[in-house]
Design a protein around this ligand. Structure first.
Ligand SMILES: *[C@@H]1O[C@H](CO)[C@@H](O)[C@H](O)[C@H]1NC(C)=O
Length: 377
């Protein structure tokens, strides 16, 4: 009996360490950051495993299942309380202004089930799903919108961003080219091209060619900034790992749209990518001033705090994010939640507080919030 207990214990320990490692890998993938930083984290992590604080906790947070990227259809929520609402779309626009994303999604799904050809509803649904960290649903929704209205420029730009966030660089480039091709201001750049191959809207082109096209387009605008064009340029420079140029482009876009918190967050992520964490903190802070419930940006801010050695601030941002998320539970957020917990464990491990690490390991949010003097407001 003793031996089998021992075996069971060893096995469960193994499983536990494996899943922790998985989580760590996922958290790592979710963050745009420099490798040196992550090598440091890795070393911390191994040190932590060596000290074996992990050993005594039997209860492990279940690892949420990952959503397969191959899924193509849109999955509607079942039991939608708004399914028969007469003004679902108008109501959704109202709720979108208040930032109540879950309700917005339900209202838009209701609007679409009432009229599947409503391209505006598909567009807003796509943008909301992207903001709600559900890129797969965002991509499907925006594609539906574009099937109904192929020249919808904001939908094309949003789709390019969602493809970028999902690591689908080639698709992102193709969609950005379509954006130029359908844009009355720039489409002559594609259509007047001498090479017939360049003169079609839908093509599979090299990212570099699309970047050249955007740079040509920017030269047409010497007397003013087109924020959408600059956003596209920023995405393309980022995809080419030219982070300083990407920062310039996003900053130019922000000079025209200073209230765009998604753009502030994008600027922050690009700065962090280019090893400019202090400036990244400023950009994320700006995003959060405009939209305090923006969980992705708070998570990114926490990561930059770790980068700068401000572990306590990091922890407090992660706890705030987890607490906000707990109130708006939604399955699409499980992955994000796992990432935040993993990052939180890393930050706490760097503070050398084993008893708190234990609490983090068990997912005891209330205990941690008390330990860090945070009230549940
Ligand atoms: C930059 O590109 C990477 C993929 O190479 C992507 O994961 C990230 O979201 C992009 N960042 C921005 C701000 O577009």
């Amino acid at each position: 009996c003793g031996a089998s207990r021992q075996r069971r214990r060893t096995r469960s320990l193994l499983v536990r360490n494996e899943s922790l490692e998985d989580e760590f890998v996922r958290a790592k993938a979710a963050v745009e950051s420099d490798t040196e930083f992550w090598d440091k984290m890795q070393a911390e992590w191994e040190e932590l495993a060596r000290r074996n604080w992990l050993e005594d906790s039997e209860d492990q947070q279940p690892i949420p299942p990952t959503v397969s990227p191959a899924e193509k259809g849109y999955y509607f929520n079942t039991n939608n309380p708004y399914s028969d609402w007469p003004n679902a779309f108008a109501e959704a626009q109202e709720k979108a202004r208040e930032g109540d994303l879950n309700t917005v999604v339900l209202l838009l799904e209701a609007a679409i089930l009432q009229d599947p050809q409503d391209s505006e509803a598909w567009q807003l649904l796509g943008m909301t799903q992207a903001e709600n960290e559900n890129e797969q649903a965002a991509i499907v929704s925006l594609q539906r919108c574009l099937e109904l209205r192929p020249n919808n420029l904001p939908a094309l730009m949003a789709l390019a961003v969602s493809f970028t966030n999902s690591g689908m660089q080639r698709e992102a480039g193709d969609v950005l080219r379509r954006w130029i091709c359908h844009n009355p201001r720039y489409k002559h750049l594609v259509q007047e091209s001498r090479s017939p191959l360049r003169a079609v809207c839908v093509c599979r082109c090299e990212l570099q060619d699309v970047l050249l096209l955007f740079q040509e387009a920017a030269l047409l605008n010497l007397d003013g900034v087109d924020p959408d064009l600059q956003t596209g340029l920023g995405v393309l420079f980022n995809l080419s790992s030219d982070f300083d140029k990407a920062v310039e482009a996003f900053s130019a876009a922000l000079s025209v749209r200073p209230q765009d918190y998604l753009l502030w967050n994008r600027l922050g992520a690009t700065l962090a990518n280019g090893d400019r964490s202090e400036e990244a903190v400023e950009a994320y802070t700006r995003a959060l001033e405009l939209q305090p419930g923006f969980i992705r940006s708070r998570y990114n801010l926490g990561i930059s705090c770790i980068n700068l050695g401000a572990h306590r601030e990091a922890v407090s941002n992660f706890l705030t994010a987890l607490n906000q998320q707990r109130r708006s539970q939604r399955c699409s957020q499980q992955q994000m939640s796992a990432n935040i917990w993993a990052a939180l464990r890393i930050a706490i491990s760097m503070m050398d507080r084993p008893e708190l690490f234990q609490a983090a390991n068990m997912g005891d949010l209330d205990l941690l919030m008390r330990a860090f003097d945070m009230s549940d407001v």
